[in-house]
Design a protein around this ligand. Sequence first.
Ligand code: KG4
Ligand code: ZN
Length: 361
Amino acid sequence: MEIKGTGALTGNAGRQLVRILGIETSCDETAAAVVENGRKIISNVVASQANLHARFGGVFPEVASRQHVRTIFTIVEQALQQAHVTLEDLDGIAVTRGPGLPGSLVVGLNMAKGLALSSGLPLIGVNHLEGHLYSAWLYDVGLQPTVEPQFPLVALIVSGGHTELVLMENHLSYRRLGATLDDAAGEAFDKVARLLGLAYPGGPSIQRAAEDGDGRAFAFPRAWLEDSWDFSFSGLKTAVLREVRRLESSRLNLPVADLAASFQAAVVDVLVGKTLRAAKAFHAGEILVAGGVSANRALRQAIMSQAEGKVHIPPIYLCTDNAAMIAAAGTFRYLQGQRDALEMDVLPNWPLFELLSAAES
Ligand code: KG4
Ligand code: ZN
């Protein structure tokens, strides 16, 4: 297939303006955003349900989908209002199709379908992980454009549900290097936080607790899985559990800060170590880190200070789930010619690597 609008893909000047509305409801954030040319954020509205799920210690799927139902209309309306646009000013509607919670994905997809049907605008189903990657191309209206990632690059996606190491040799093209064999990095943060009696979401809680702790206090295991680019975090989680039980049985007060810092240090070591090695092995000059866990300060500092080439990590507010990243990835897909049918269904287990690259489609 001929790739349309490659000028916009490569950032050439003189391109036409493409304005896409993004909608994201894959987990516990209801989000909508308007983005120009896949890069400039005109509006970005995120309603987090974290407080609602905190008492369950994790996302409660039915509570999440019902909350999306309640808020989606207002969030989309706000995104359009804040961008000072109506549907007539848009070129398309991009929406997260998966991976994610089925009942949550359905709410965003049906909202997008309704808007597409009433306006005649094209509908573009976006892979949530591709969205996380494209958050690295975004910048806020009124700010300088971001320094864009250059290919080939090695990308690390670390979120609540995924840990993926990817080689990107071009736009919309992904070669799978490795992934987690068990828990995702964010999932490990969330589970260990619960073990330590810290609030959901676990990542920010562990980061906060770790600030007063010593990362060398406990020698937790690092699963290097030599000769593989895969990750494993379940052994580390079990090691923390065993240590917590041992301390509790000896009626000692839990040194929560030291446990949190030592756990965080073990996760960061492996994530950074393997990503840097992969960049070298695949001759990738640059590194991209995205997804909720890339908001982690220790991870950001470690990879920035140890990498030889340029490292792209989105600002914190774009690391966690948002719709600007869905609009960004959706724009690149739109320019590639993707148009989806109104019959499109959600894909709760959609692997990133099933996406066809621009060259293959
Ligand atoms: O990308 P995201 O918002 O949602 C998914 O696609 O899953 O990622 C959420 C994950 C949660 O597991 C959360 O604990 C983790 O990202 N997270 C963090 C931090 N902020 C969010 N993990 C470590 N440190 C943080 N500062
Ligand atoms: Zn996410």
